[in-house]
Design a protein around this ligand. Structure first.
Ligand code: UDP
Length: 246
């Protein structure tokens, strides 16, 4: 397949068309970016690990009745996906205060939220992915009111499932980002990926050590080292829990 046939290239994935107009191929890259691509690097093996973790989680979510874009894996770093039009929204779910929530509210890092917080950000690099209100989102016609309600409901359901799953991996799910898309029948599907690039994951056994516990992209963002090891560790634990379920 030649590079020129790609439909889209993002920071972490390249999307190619296939012979079937309803199916695309997502190739996960080792490239890593942070701070709106101001920091760039590479995490060896990340593409295959993120694709594998996402694929397992999407398949488990499907068994819980959550519809996703996952089809299958032609290779460890490749996912065939249902063709969807991605809504330009980053849907963030938070269980514990970290990252921009701490910066913007003054809440201390690690504050356990009494209930999960669902937030919508405008997926727009030029504007720096700003936080949206529901009314702004509707005024901008980024989604309909029904879609916002449905996405919020799904995001909370996904959070309940993922929190429990990662608990079994001895990992605390701090927060994560989801993206949704609409297929040709306007059906809402969970899309993109769920991986250490898009989740904050803290190791329960080193919970007291603010740096050592981090098993996600914050190791890259904050130059904490051992980035590859952290991604491999998450994949190892995910696979162990998945295999125990089979
Ligand atoms: N996130 C992401 N992509 C983005 C922004 C955030 O996957 O473009 C994830 C991030 O990894 C974290 C969660 O969403 O798990 C919340 O991120 P936050 O708003 O705190 O922003 P950050 O501190 O990462 O800039």
């Amino acid at each position: 397949m030649s590079v020129s046939t790609k439909l889209y290239e993002g920071k972490a994935k390249i999307i190619y068309p296939t012979d079937d107009p309803e199916i695309f191929l997502a190739v996960f890259k080792d490239d890593a970016t942070a701070f709106n691509a101001q920091k760039r690097g590479s995490i060896q093996g990340k593409g295959a690990i993120n694709c594998s973790i996402s694929s397992q989680l999407f398949q488990l979510l499907e068994t819980r009745g959550i519809k996703t874009h996952f089809v299958d894996n032609p290779a460890p770093n490749q996912m065939r996906i249902k063709a969807v039009k991605i809504l330009p929204l980053e849907v963030v779910v938070r269980n514990i205060a970290a990252g921009s929530l701490c910066q913007q509210t003054g809440l201390a890092l690690g504050t356990v939220l009494k209930q999960p917080l669902v937030e919508f950000y405008y997926k727009n690099d030029r504007l720096g992915d700003p936080l949206l209100t529901r009314d702004r989102l509707l005024v901008m016609e980024l989604a309909t009111a029904e879609q916002v309600d449905r996405i919020t409901h799904l995001a909370l359901q996904i959070n309940e499932f993922l929190k429990e799953f990662f608990q079994q991996c001895s990992i605390t799910l701090v927060d994560f980002k989801l993206e949704f898309g609409l297929d040709s029948k306007q059906q809402l599907l969970l899309a993109d990926e769920i991986s250490p690039d898009t989740c904050r994951l803290w190791d329960i056994s080193t919970q007291e050590d603010a740096d050592r516990r981090i098993l996600d992209k914050d190791r890259f963002r904050l130059d904490l080292g051992n980035v590859e090891n952290a991604y491999q560790e998450v994949w190892k634990r995910v696979l162990k829990v998945v295999e125990a379920k089979e």
